[in-house]
Design a protein around this ligand. Structure first.
Ligand code: NAD
Ligand code: ZN
Length: 346
């Protein structure tokens, strides 16, 4: 089968690899139909994620058809149409019993990281029973690729951890797919303001269309001054970091109002400064989270009910044979206007 393989920082290629086999009775093999590229894949390619070793098939998002199913897997059958969660979870360990699937003792974020991922014709899914979701009939599978990672991430790490409430003021730094997913799902709660901050005017335009109440172009405006102006000088109840670099984390700590939350979503590869000398008396909380995907069943319902349209994040489509072009397009988003790039596998 064809697969996109990581060969160390800066290096990837479309290689021929064997179709994966069941390795445990709790596994399933899924024939991938659609997958996509995440900002996190770009972090891997920058060398920010040392657990991902050269030789690894990339990708942790996708939908497909169950091709083989292990003897211990209940509730899934060959031919079922499934959504692949970016988080694999056994459902039984202490972390899973607490709903913290991201830290599952034998799972977590392993796909396209510690084990081969979804940017391939077939993928082995461990703990299949609790890591795959059957897709209800009639749903657009392409849009559901957005539910493997970005929608649960934007919602859980950003909106839930950030304690967005009716009337909240929210700033989201980074209007990439994740920041936009936070923007879309923050609106479940009717916040008073959602200010989007980015340096890419195209992405800010999209944010405006997706319901941002204000947009700040950080390459031309001072985000702190703008946010203070928009919030009567107090800052926001919730500042969501959706970039993954020190500057934007530090920006969030300067935007948060007393009593507020800085909800970090970005994957960070280097240390960031924490200005405790400015923060110690401000009653703020700083949260970090690896997405748990506990909200996936809820998000599926909101999509099915037409309350959420994740398909609006898709800007480009490529066949698997052109996957390297897909990476190129996604990594030059400012020029290509890419948000989510769907790879059509079969
Ligand atoms: P992305 O790279 O597409 O988007 C980042 C955005 O930040 C871009 O629009 C870029 O223009 C903007 N940006 C860059 N520098 C900026 C600056 N100085 N000021 C303002 N804006 C700036 O990435 P994405 O796919 O949206 O993902 C966002 C982050 O979330 C990444 O770090 C990704 O790895 C991370 N992530 C975290 C989890 C988790 O579980 N915590 C899961 C998935 C992704
Ligand atoms: Zn577990």
């Amino acid at each position: 089968m064809k697969a996109i393989v990581y060969h160390g920082p800066g290096n990837k290629s479309l290689d021929e690899r064997p179709i994966p086999e069941l390795a445990a009775p709790t596994d399933a093999i899924v024939k991938v139909t659609r997958t996509t590229i995440c900002g996190t894949d770009l972090h891997i390619l920058k060398g920010d994620v040392p657990t991902c070793e050269p030789g690894r098939i990339l990708g942790h998002e996708g939908v497909g058809i169950v091709h083989r199913v292990g003897a211990a897997v209940q509730g899934l059958a060959v031919g079922d149409h499934v959504l692949i969660s970016c988080i694999s979870s056994c459902g039984q360990c202490d972390y899973c019993r607490r709903g913290m699937y991201s830290h599952c003792a034998t799972g977590g974020w392993i796909l396209g990281n510690r084990i081969d991922g979804t940017q391939a014709e077939y993928v082995r899914i461990p703990h299949a029973q609790t890591s795959l979701y059957r897709i209800p009939p009639g749903l657009d599978e392409e849009a559901l690729v957005m539910l493997s990672d970005i929608l649960p991430t934007g919602f859980e790490c950003g909106v839930l951890n950030g304690k967005v409430q009716p009337g909240s003021t929210v700033a989201i730094v980074g209007a990439g797919p994740i920041g936009l997913a936070s923007l879309l799902t923050a609106q479940f709660y009717s916040p008073a303001q959602v200010v989007m901050i980015d340096r890419d005017p195209n992405r800010l335009e999209v944010a405006q269309r997706f319901g941002a109440t204000a947009c700040v172009d950080a390459s031309r405006q001072d985000p702190e001054a703008e946010v203070m102006r928009l919030t009567d000088g107090v800052g926001v109840d919730c500042a969501i970091e959706a970039v993954g670099i020190p500057a934007t984390f530090e920006m969030c700590t300067s935007l948060v109002a007393p009593g507020g939350v800085v909800a970090n979503v970005g994957v960070h590869g280097v240390k960031a400064d924490l200005h405790l000398e400015k923060l110690w008396d401000r009653n703020v909380a700083i949260t970090t989270r690896l997405v748990d995907t506990v909200s996936t069943p809820m998000l599926l319902k909101t999509v099915r009910a037409g309350r959420l349209d994740p398909g609006q994040l898709i800007t480009h489509r490529f066949p698997l044979s052109k996957a390297l072009d897909a990476y190129d397009t996604f990594s030059r988003a400012a020029d290509t206007r890419a948000l989510k790039v769907v790879i059509e596998v079969s």
